[in-house]
Structures are given as structure tokens and as C-alpha cells.
Write a protein that binds this ligand. Structure first.
Ligand code: PLP
Length: 400
């Protein structure tokens, strides 16, 4: 008998997004001529920049010639990309990492799941709430049920307090999806201190790092002293450079970071992840990695920052106009997400229905990101400028 791994039965169906799709379908059926504007998507809308396209075309041509053809890649990633990451993402911020501490992947979603596998199923996990729901589901699939939710509320500005219990794995997401809030240097110092005192590991998800504007907000957790001993950092080219469909990411796993066997012996995560990758992962494609490398040229940087500016202008416009009609909003600065506080007594699905039925605009109910997301609503800045403007005009006219 082929027995199922029952941990897989413990994850909830993807209720949130299937429900949104179903509601959109019903609306469309009843209102075939009304254009629905989606401010709920977490995907980018601008295409790849020319520098990336040129680099990928060049790499594709190399593949067509016997002399320059590339077969199986290097599982860790090609040096040409890793060296640029070390230089631009780290050295320029006074962080020194070595080449064998960076692993190129195919998106942070799978990187987050891959690193998580190396920890025991008995580890106690802490997640911010509200947060990106995949963290929870990955841990449940791995049989980890001891999950503490660190509450993010208006009172603590969605920055959870340091727990007063022992936690083995802490997920920190900054800039946070969905609240848009960022962790300050002081807060990160406290988390690093906690992790050191508790032999815990921080999973630092900073896939929205490019949106950080404030001078004093760290771009990498390794800007904090001692973080290399306790933190794994996840970064992605998805939002950074519009690679949601191309798929490329990287994970930093410093060699100082140790895990322990049951009997207390030290093992290093870097070595075990390398082993895991060589068994389970086939390396990110050469063409993809050439595309990613291209964003680190001067022209590439200029072009991707132009795109980020476009989304930031959307965020600014949304926040400003919504606040004008009395909404309380969070995020929208240092982040592509606007976290909208709903007027008293309206729950997040009720608001979803209202927005869809009255103005044909779609967003994401806050409760989809955790129980503490109830009473809030996520809007994203990733739509086109025209759609964003039209959606906000419709909302402001109707909800004044
Ligand atoms: N982490 C967070 C917080 C996200 O919001 C997302 C995607 O939306 C991811 C990770 C996954 O990104 P990727 O496209 O690199 O898999």
C-alpha cells in the first residue's frame, strides 16, 4: 500500500487565492462589460529590462555553438554571478562573504523550502503574523507543528516583540509582505542577540530589499554584528528585476552558522545545504544567470531602479489618495505593499466583496496572511500606472 505522508494532508487548501478567483469569475459572469482592476497581485507588470534581454540573448547564442555551449551547470551557481552579488549586494555595504557562502537558486520560494528541510522536524518555529503564508505551509509539510505566531498589530507597528520562550527557527520578513513594515537596525540587533542566546537560526527573507529607501534601514542582516553566526539570508531577482517568470535567487549561508546533533555536536549548515543541493537541485540555467548578472552592470542598475521607481510612485499615489479620504494605511514606503486598515467592524472578506461589487477592484483580504491580518487589506503597487490610478479614482469616489 502506498501510504501518504500525512503531513501533506495538514496544510489547508489554497483557499485564499481560489476563493478570490471564484469571486472574480462570478462577478465577471454577472458584469461582462466591467473591467476588473487587480490591485491584489504580487507579480510584477513591467517587462524585463533591455540589458537583461541582451545578456540572455547573447547567452542563448552561446548555447548554439559547440565551443561555447554549456551543459549541466555548477550546482552552487556560476562564479560570474556570485562575484557580482558579493560585490554589489554585500561588499558595498561593508559585508564580507565568501564565494562558497552564496547559493544561486530558482526563486526564494524553493530556497526557503530547501533550507528548512535541513532542520529537525522537532524544531520550534516562530513566524510573524501577518506574513507570507508559504512559511507556515512549508513547515507543516515537514511535520513541524510547534509554530508560534508572533503578533504584528498596529500597537507594535507590525513588528513583533522578541519572544520570552525558546524558539529554534525564526522567520523574519523585511520589508514585510503584506504589512510593508521594515525592521530597523536596533530591532535586528535584538533578534540577533536573541538567536545567539538561544542557539536559534533566523531565516531572513529580504526579497523586497530593493524597495528600501530609508538610509538607516539595513539592507542585509549581516550589517548587524554577529549575524553571520545565526542568520541565513534569502534574496530574489523576482521583484528586484522582474524575474518572477525567469526564476533566479540566492541564499547566503555563512560558514560560521552551526546546527547541532541531538548529542550536541556541531555541524555546519553551509556544508549540509551544499550536499542537499547536489542531490536535489540541478543548478539555475546558464541563460538565467547571465540575465541576473546583467542587472549588476551600471546600465542594468539604472534600468531596474527605473522600474522600481515606477512601482514606488504607484505606492505613493495609492497611499496619499487613500489617506485623503480617511483610510489609515501602513507600508507603501520601503515596500510595494499598502496595508489598509479597514473601518470598524468590516472584516477583510466583507471589504473584498464590497470593493469588487461596488468598484470592480480586487485586493487581498488581510486574514489570508494570518489571524492578525483580520481587519486589514493588502493592496499592491505592481499594477500599471494607469490601472492603479483608475482603481484608486474608483475607490476614492465611492468610499469618500
Ligand atoms: N518571500 C516573500 C516574502 C514573498 O512575498 C515571495 C513572493 O511573493 C517570495 C518569498 C517568493 O519569491 P520568488 O519569486 O523568489 O520565489
Amino acid at each position: 500500500m502506498a501510504v501518504v505522508n500525512e503531513d501533506f494532508l495538514n496544510i489547508k487548501n489554497d483557499y485564499l487565492f481560489s476563493m478570490i478567483e471564484e469571486k472574480k469569475r462570478d462577478f465577471k459572469k454577472n458584469n461582462p462589460d466591467t473591467k476588473i482592476i487587480n490591485l491584489g497581485i504580487g507579480d510584477v507588470s513591467l517587462p524585463l529590462v533591455p540589458t537583461v534581454i541582451n545578456a540572455m540573448e547573447k547567452a542563448t547564442k552561446e548555447m548554439s555553438k559547440k565551443e561555447t555551449f554549456r551543459g549541466y551547470g555548477i550546482v552552487q551557481g556560476y562564479d560570474f554571478l556570485i562575484e557580482r552579488i558579493l560585490e554589489v549586494e554585500y561588499k558595498r555595504r561593508n559585508v564580507n562573504l565568501e564565494k562558497d557562502e552564496i547559493f544561486i537558486g530558482s526563486g526564494s520560494k524553493s530556497d526557503l523550502a530547501g533550507v528548512s528541510e535541513i532542520f529537525s522536524r522537532n524544531c520550534k518555529v516562530a513566524l510573524m503574523d501577518p506574513v507570507y503564508p508559504a512559511y507556515r505551509d512549508v513547515n507543516i509539510m515537514l511535520g513541524r507543528n510547534d509554530i508560534t505566531y508572533l503578533k504584528g498589530t498596529e500597537e507594535n507597528n507590525f513588528i513583533p516583540e522578541i519572544p520570552n520562550e525558546h524558539i529554534d527557527i525564526i522567520y523574519l520578513c523585511s520589508p514585510n509582505n503584506p504589512t510593508g513594515t521594515v525592521l530597523t537596525r536596533k530591532q535586528l540587533e535584538l533578534w540577533v542577540k536573541y538567536a545567539k542566546e538561544n542557539n536559534s537560526v533566523i531565516f531572513y527573507d529580504s526579497v523586497y530589499e530593493i524597495f528600501i529607501d530609508d538610509e538607516d534601514i539595513p539592507h542585509s542582516i549581516y550589517e548587524i554584528e554577529g549575524a553571520k553566526e545565526v542568520a541565513v539570508e534569502f534574496r530574489s531577482f523576482s521583484k528586484l528585476a522582474g524575474f518572477t517568470g525567469v526564476r533566479c535567487s540566492f541564499v547566503a549561508i555563512p560558514k560560521e552558522l552551526k546546527l547541532y546533533t541531538k548529542s550536541g555536536e556541531e555541524v555546519d549548515l553551509n556544508t549540509l545545504y551544499r550536499r542537499r543541493q547536489s542531490v536535489k537541485y540541478g543548478a539555475a540555467p546558464y541563460i538565467t544567470q547571465r540575465g541576473a548578472e546583467a542587472i549588476y552592470s551600471d546600465e542594468g542598475q539604472r534600468e531596474i531602479r527605473e522600474n522600481i521607481k515606477y512601482y514606488k510612485e504607484n505606492a505613493k499615489y495609492m497611499k496619499q489618495e487613500l489617506e485623503k479620504i480617511g483610510f489609515i494605511t501602513y507600508g507603501g514606503e520601503n515596500s510595494p505593499y499598502i496595508w489598509l486598515k479597514l473601518p470598524n467592524g468590516i472584516d477583510s472578506w466583507e471589504f473584498f466583496d464590497k470593493l469588487l461589487n461596488e468598484v470592480a477592484v480586487v485586493g487581498t483580504p488581510g486574514v489570508g496572511f494570518g489571524n492578525y491580518g483580520e481587519g486589514f487589506f493588502r493592496l499592491t503597487a505592481f499594477s500599471s500606472k494607469e490601472d492603479t490610478k483608475e482603481a484608486i479614482d474608483r475607490i476614492t469616489k465611492s468610499f469618500k
